[in-house]
Design a protein around this ligand. Structure first.
Ligand SMILES: Nc1ncnc2c1ncn2[C@@H]1O[C@H](COP(=O)(O)OP(=O)(O)O)[C@@H](O)[C@H]1O
Ligand SMILES: [Mg+2]
Length: 243
């Protein structure tokens, strides 16, 4: 079976000349949960934006064997559900339910199915009671879960999350971590949240200056204090909790 994600020799330079990715290779197995860690500016978000073709690739990116090219973009975007760091980038309708329905309607699903699935997705993330509310009235924790619903409604094979828990209070963090732990799809999570990585991730890739500088089992990376410190990260408070 083709890996969920295969990246070969991926580089990316922003139009202003900033070299954000340098010859990056990465392979993520189907069903795996990968944590992407690294200091601010390491290139984590830039890498994620290549997984569904938001940014054009210099190099090869394959999703379940399918190259990310303009021709495949429709299929790629159905396979890869991308949750952006800022939920306000994902929520723009006057009513939450319409935000969740937006993607599936664009895929051409019939309205009845879209309505049912959208309500189910909101129920899944615990936001049924908010379905008729304007998203901008929700708390950040609710918005993060709402953004997740807009993606989960399309039943992606690969869930990509950029800073899933950043800015949340402890309860909001716990809710997201617990919720993600219950999902069986392939997950790629860029985060500074070492507790999330410890609880959810099988492997960790550490990025710095546009490169993956370390890749290994979460236990091994999280117990390597020297490595974490060298790349602006910290160890979880209890490094042995997962085992
Ligand atoms: N839109 C942009 N235009 C120019 N440079 C950018 C843009 N977005 C990010 N960068 C630069 O690319 C590098 C990687 O950024 P990013 O992928 O956001 O890192 P991370 O998500 O790890 O914090 C940084 O040096 C950042 O300043
Ligand atoms: Mg980022």
């Amino acid at each position: 079976m083709a890996p969920a994600v295969e990246i070969r020799g991926l580089s990316y330079t922003y139009p202003d000349g900033c070299e954000a990715l340098r010859e990056t290779d990465l392979s993520v197995a189907v069903g795996e949960s990968l944590g992407l860690m690294g200091p601010n500016g390491a290139g984590k978000s830039t890498l994620l934006l290549h997984l569904n073709g938001v940014l054009p690739a210099e190099g090869r990116v394959l999703i379940q064997g399918l190259p990310v090219t303009d021709r495949n973009l429709g299929e790629i975007r159905r396979l890869v559900g991308m949750v952006f760091q800022d939920p306000d980038d994902q929520l723009f309708m006057p009513r939450l339910l319409d935000d969740v329905a937006f993607g599936p309607l664009n895929l051409g699903w019939d309205e009845q199915t879209v309505c049912e699935r959208s309500r189910q997705a909101l129920e899944l993330v615990g936001l049924s009671a908010q379905a008729e509310r304007p998203p901008h009235h929700l708390s950040l924790g609710q918005k993060k879960r709402a953004a997740l619903a807009t993606v989960l409604v399309m039943e992606p094979e690969i869930l990509v999350l950029d800073e899933a828990t950043s800015g949340l209070d402890p309860r909001g963090r716990r809710e997201i971590i617990q919720f993600l732990g219950g999902l069986t799809c392939t997950k790629i999570i860029a985060t500074h949240d070492v507790d999330l990585v410890q609880d959810l991730c099988d492997r960790v890739a550490v990025m710095d200056e546009g490169r993956i500088v370390a890749l290994g089992a979460a236990e091994d990376i999280l117990t390597d204090a020297e490595l974490l410190f060298a790349h602006g990260l910290e160890q979880p408070r209890n490094v042995s909790r997962r085992s």
